[in-house]
Ligand binder design. Structure first.
Ligand code: ARG
Length: 574
């Protein structure tokens, strides 16, 4: 509602003597009261007056000041109502002119947001834990970019660590027993699982694994390096195929190994800050003085045998990211089970008195579970859930749904994959990210519930109305809209006008669900409006028809933009 809120705020600033930045407009709780509301509590406190008195005084001062905007006091609130024809004309033309830029801003100009997301581990297929990170992270990338930020999406691939010592030994011992040709990643997973078992009860295996990891960390060329390199290559090939299906990409793919040359300098830096201690032979940073609950869990940076850890590499990455980007925020889209890890990292920064520590945020999220909160299983592999299998399954099911609903659809296969992505993705984004998500195939594919396909269907339905209007050479397309014909679409127009505010709030809280919920509300209202016989779009000639076509076009554009921002395809036909 910026086109309206800006002049209102300027007027309020003049009347109250407050800077515009201090004044905030809200949505009235009851839309009947108005389109925008100004709570008078703070001004009242300052003036030592009762809030309703302030509201009444401001309403009187604003009376008749602006054509088309009426101010009225209701208790402690000052409410503003925008004349319907003005609202319709301004919103529809703003959306038409802005197109894909609608709701954007320059709040991010000159600022960089680093988003660490997806970040799967090599030698294992990308699993369900990574799907939420990938989907939430990709949505955040687009949301921030819309607000003018420079966004650097980083894939912090798990390609280093003690487990590779074990994998190397497993490759030496059992390479011949698994199929590394047809499906190398599944073959590696098998070896990885065997090595985990052997590490538990085979002392010889254990010693060899430690030696192999030390060899890897030594940086020397040779058998260990070569094996590791091969594992990285085949794994990355698999990940990239999955990203292509999801339409996701990163600006930087920097595995943990990328930070290898920075590990020693990072350790030196932490030591020089005087915050390290040797505890049972290992190098640690104690965090108990910062937070009692971290007393028993110091941040471990170097093992007795000299090797480094996940936290060491993350710390090196943080310093490197800060120095390279001077980020406004550095977001880690990683599941809630790593909460302690990120508290420890931030704890080390605090102990080192890095003033940018608050810019580092763990963007955590809940689990993805099957119906009845059971572990999700796949038809193909049972226990191990592979993201690609899941995509295959949902795409197959989406094809069936579309075949039943619209058997004549020309590009059925393409639409099915779009619907599958919409279904899977929206399920991850529709509620606050911290909540667990239930994956129920038939539910997420429904065209009627709070689902991705429902939003996509609404978009396609609006597109179809517009197509028909053009095909019929509707007379309305040649008329000038009579904006007063959209009197009963006021709520929809106010909602569309709020799009940019919602994008800003979703970015500030790193919470794409705000946008998802907004799109659901918009879709419901628009569907109801176009379904009503009072609002026939097709066949309504003249200025009235032109206004209705304009509303459909405007709603479709806003919905399409929103879907795009949360990373969801918006089909024209379904
Ligand atoms: N590879 C890790 C995992 O799969 C996630 C890495 C998240 N990013 C980070 N910088 N720690 O659990």
């Amino acid at each position: 509602m910026q086109i309206f809120s800006e002049p209102i705020l300027t007027a309020l600033a003049r009347l109250t003597g407050q800077p515009v930045a201090q004044l905030k407009l809200e949505r009235p709780r009851d839309p009947k009261l108005g389109d925008l509301a100004f709570p008078c509590f703070l001004i009242a406190k300052e003036r030592k007056q009762a809030p309703p008195a302030v509201a009444a005084e401001l309403a009187a001062a604003l009376a008749g000041q602006r054509d088309g905007i009426t101010a009225s006091a209701a208790g402690p609130y000052l409410n503003f109502r925008i004349d319907r024809p003005l609202l319709a004309r301004e919103i529809c033309s703003e959306v038409a002119i802005a197109g894909e830029r609608f709701g954007n801003s320059d709040e991010g100009a000159g600022k960089t947001i680093v988003i660490d997301f997806s970040s799967p581990n090599i030698a294992k297929p990308m699993h369900i834990g990574h799907i939420r990170s990938t989907i939430i992270g990709a949505a955040l990338v687009r949301i921030f970019r819309h607000l003018g930020y420079k966004v650097v999406g980083i894939n912090h691939i798990g390609d280093w660590g003690a487990q590779f010592g074990g994998l190397v030994v497993a490759l030496r011992r059992w390479k011949g027993e698994v199929d590394l040709e047809a499906d190398p990643v599944m073959g590696l997973l098998d070896l990885y699982q065997r090595s985990k078992a052997a590490l538990k009860d085979d002392a010889q295996f254990q010693a060899e694994a430690v030696a192999a990891y030390q060899e890897l960390e030594s940086g020397r060329e040779g058998e260990v390096r070569e094996l590791w390199r091969w594992v990285t290559e085949v794994s990355m090939r698999g990940f990239n195929a999955t990203y292509a299906r999801l339409g996701v990409s990163h600006e930087l793919v920097r595995g943990e190994s990328w930070y290898e040359p920075l590990l020693a300098p990072t350790l030196e830096r932490v030591k020089a800050a005087g915050v390290t201690e040797i505890s049972q032979g290992a190098l640690v940073v104690q965090l108990g003085e910062l937070e009692k609950s971290l007393k028993e869990t110091p941040c471990l940076l170097q093992q007795t045998n000299g090797t480094t850890l996940y936290a060491t590499r993350d710390l090196a990455a943080l310093f490197s990211r800060w120095e390279e980007f001077g980020f406004e925020r550095c977001l880690y889209v990683v599941g809630g089970e790593q909460k302690l890890h990120f508290r420890q990292l931030k704890g080390v920064l605090k102990r080192m008195e890095q003033p940018w520590e608050p810019r580092v945020e763990h963007i955590d999220f809940g689990l993805l579970l099957g119906p009845g909160r059971k572990k999700i299983a796949s038809r193909k592999r049972g226990e191990v859930l592979v993201l690609d299998d899941l995509l295959d399954e949902v795409t197959e099911a989406a094809e069936k749904v579309i075949e039943a609903k619209n058997p004549a659809l020309a590009n059925r296969a393409q639409v099915a994959s779009q619907v599958a992505l919409g279904a899977l993705g929206f399920n991850d984004l529709k509620r606050e990210r911290i909540k667990d998500v239930i994956f129920d195939e038939s539910e997420i594919l429904s065209f009627e519930g709070d689902t991705g396909p429902y939003l996509q269907f609404t978009h396609a339905r609006l597109a179809s109305i517009l197509r028909k209007a053009v095909a019929n050479e509707d007379a309305a397309l040649r008329s000038k809209p009579d904006w007063s014909a959209l009197e009963n679409a006021g709520e929809i127009l106010v909602t569309i006008g709020r799009f940019g505010d919602v994008v800003r709030s979703a970015a500030a809280k790193a919470e794409p669900s705000e946008l998802s919920q907004y799109l659901l509300g918009l879709s419901r209202d628009v569907s109801t409006w176009v379904s009503s016989s009072d609002n026939r779009v097709l066949g309504t000639a003249g200025p009235e028809g032109a206004a209705r076509v304009a509303l459909v076009r405007c709603a479709k554009s806003c919905l399409g933009n929103g879907l795009r921002l949360i990373g969801m395809p918006a089909p024209e036909e379904m």
